[in-house]
Structure formats: structure tokens, C-alpha cells
Design a protein around this ligand. Structure first.
Ligand SMILES: [Zn+2]
Length: 185
């Protein structure tokens, strides 16, 4: 991912060419988090999150308000602040304090050490952290001469609830070739 080092003070210029795939994935995780918390996925929340995910800058609430105004999104600062808190709680944004008297925020794409289990059926996202994963990462990186900067692991499958639902809905179908992916063609 290319990172443009534009100083955070120049909030007028927006980094062009955002890493869309990355932002979209982050957005999926945010929606899942909102679902889990039984909070509505509102257009405003999505607009705020997307503005943060697409930026490689450390954004203040004021910066985000400017960004959103440029995009013709009408979002109050209180809503921005609350949404940022949700993003931090979800592990998708990080809070930064540079001693300016206010906080700045950055997305955590590629930075989170947390690993995810994602249900392909209902969208539930389970975050997990295991020391064993960190040790393995260190081991592999050392083996291959890599200086690790970040890790993002997503394991896709069916959550317990969906497995149970599938088992109940499907009358004992014969197990077929192991290792065949869910998608064919
Ligand atoms: Zn599920």
C-alpha cells in the first residue's frame, strides 16, 4: 500500500487514489461490529468511517468535518466524535495524542495485531489474539529474513450458530471430496 506523507495540517488536500480494497474490507468489519452491537448502520456512520479508512493521515475531528463537508456530507462533530469512538472500540481506528489538546485518529488497516474469524454466512466477526500467533510470526519472519511491520489475518468460515443452522436445515448429506472450495467454476 502506498502511503503519501502529506502533513496532517494541510487538511484541504485529500490523498488521491485511496486503497479501495482495504477501505471496503475495513467497512465490512465496521458494519459487522455495528450489527454485533445492535447499532444501526447509518449513512453518516459509513461516511465518517470511509473518510477515515481512505485517508493515510492522522485526522482530528475537525479534519474529518472538513473532509466530509467537501464530500457534501452533513455530519455534526458530535456524531463524528461518537463514530470515531465506535471505530476505536471495534479496533478499526487508533487514537493518537500529540499533545495538541485534541486527539487524532488513524485507521488500523495493516496495523492491527488482532486476527479475525469472519463468518461467510452471517458476517459475524470474532477478533482474537494469541501469543502463539505472535511467536509463529516472529519465527517465520526470522526464517525468511523479514522485518515485520504489521499483520492482518482473516480466517473465513462458518460460525457456530451458522453451522448449527446448516446442520438443522440440511438432512445428512454425504460428505464429498475434502479440500474442495465452496466456489466452483
Ligand atoms: Zn455465522
Amino acid at each position: 500500500m502506498a502511503v503519501n506523507n502529506i502533513s496532517a495540517s494541510s487538511s484541504a488536500s485529500v490523498t488521491p487514489g485511496p486503497p479501495i480494497g482495504c477501505a471496503m474490507l475495513m467497512m465490512d468489519l465496521f458494519r459487522s461490529y455495528l450489527h454485533q452491537q445492535r447499532l444501526p448502520v447509518t449513512h453518516q456512520r459509513e461516511a465518517i468511517a470511509m473518510a477515515l479508512f481512505e485517508s493515510e493521515q492522522h485526522l482530528s475531528v475537525d479534519d474529518l468535518a472538513d473532509l466530509l463537508r467537501d464530500r457534501n456530507e452533513q455530519v455534526g462533530k458530535a456524531t463524528i466524535y461518537r463514530t470515531l469512538n465506535l471505530l476505536v472500540q471495534a479496533g478499526l481506528a487508533g487514537e493518537l495524542d500529540f499533545g495538541e489538546g485534541f486527539k487524532r485518529y488513524e485507521h488500523q488497516a495493516g496495523k492491527a495485531r488482532h486476527d479475525y474469524l469472519i463468518c461467510t454466512s452471517c458476517g459475524t466477526v470474532a477478533r482474537f489474539q494469541r501469543d502463539a500467533m505472535d511467536r509463529l510470526q516472529t519465527e517465520i519472519a526470522a526464517e525468511l529474513g523479514f522485518a515485520v511491520q504489521s499483520r492482518r489475518l482473516q480466517i473465513y468460515g462458518l460460525c457456530g450458530d451458522c453451522q448449527a443452522a446448516e446442520g438443522a436445515g440440511r438432512a445428512a448429506s454425504s460428505p464429498t471430496s475434502a479440500g474442495a472450495g465452496p466456489e466452483t467454476g
